[in-house]
Design a protein around this ligand. Structure first.
Ligand SMILES: [Ca+2]
Length: 294
């Protein structure tokens, strides 16, 4: 009897760390996912109006290419003046790329806008004076159209650049997964194979303190009757998995390295194991509902 008292007490206490665990499973799970979604939004998109604008821009990226935008005209004039007359189209692309890189210093969206990702208009880029690859691509495509080139946006989910009838510019990626032309959207299925690396890259460059908030939220929502040892193991696996994925995705531009892929896979496995550790407790519980986890 003493044994039972010793083992059930901490489980009982921990089961109620999260009060929501008192609900039945069909209410508990949706509530937990909803709480996690709210935390995710607060961490990644703390400004809802910016999120709405982001999706509006994503729904019609061609509309972002604005060669006639009033704010862009000083740059169009400056570029035309600096452009030698005898350049061939590929050299013009190089000039435009250099011009944009000089005029729009690279900066992450969470520093410029406070959100994980934002696709801006030409005017917004000029007003902010800095942007990441998508803002630079929007400006470059607009400048090229102002010079009379057919230019459109291309992305592989990790990077955005510009394609023209004479080649690509603004750091072309390996696969043109999505091209948004005036005729419509072109999609290459092969680009989906790049998606895991693109995701790992996104995890690697995002501020770790924000990611740790998400990890902490996931862990707190997992807490239940698994006991302190399993709960601590789960937390270690979540944090370890996060940093392994960050390491694996840290260099998107280098050729595929086995160390990167191994780290990404190990990180993913650790994350899954963090959940499995809790579920094993659920399966092995014996009667009385003491093993209820989430
Ligand atoms: Ca951006």
């Amino acid at each position: 009897m003493k044994e039972n008292v010793k083992t059930s007490k901490p489980q009982h206490a921990q089961r109620h760390v999260v009060l929501i665990n008192k609900l039945r499973w069909y209410l508990r799970w949706p509530c937990k996912w909803m709480i996690f979604a709210i935390v995710y939004m607060v961490v990644c998109f703390p400004y809802p109006s910016l999120l709405i604008r982001h999706f509006r821009h994503l729904s019609n990226p061609n509309a972002l290419i604005e060669p006639d935008a009033p704010a862009l005209q000083p740059w169009v004039a400056e570029l035309r003046e600096a452009l030698p007359a005898d350049l061939d189209p590929s050299e013009v692309l190089e000039h435009v790329e250099g011009f944009v890189i000089r005029h729009v210093p690279y900066q992450w969206d969470w520093i410029t806008w406070g959100v994980v990702d934002y696709l801006p208009t030409v005017t917004e880029v000029i007003e902010k004076g800095q942007e990441d690859c998508d803002g630079r691509a929007v400006v470059a495509a607009s400048l090229l159209r102002a010079l009379g080139y057919n230019a459109w946006l291309v992305t592989d989910f990790a990077h955005m650049w510009v394609a023209t009838d004479y080649g690509e510019t603004m750091g072309p990626g390996r696969i043109k997964t999505v091209e948004v032309t005036e005729e419509g959207v072109r999609f290459q299925w092969a680009g989906l194979f790049e998606l895991p690396r693109a995701t790992a890259y996104g995890v690697a460059v995002f501020p770790p303190e924000r990611e740790l908030i998400l990890v902490a939220a996931a862990w707190l929502l997992l807490l239940g009757g698994a006991g302190y040892a399993r709960s601590a193991t789960s937390l270690l696996l979540l944090v370890g998995g996060l940093f392994m994925i960050r390491y694996g995705g840290s260099d998107y531009w280098d050729p595929l390295l086995w160390t990167q892929v191994s780290a990404e896979l190990a990180g993913l496995a650790a994350m899954i194991a963090a959940f499995v550790v809790m579920f094993i407790r659920l399966r092995s519980s014996t009667g009385g509902g003491s093993g209820r986890l989430v």
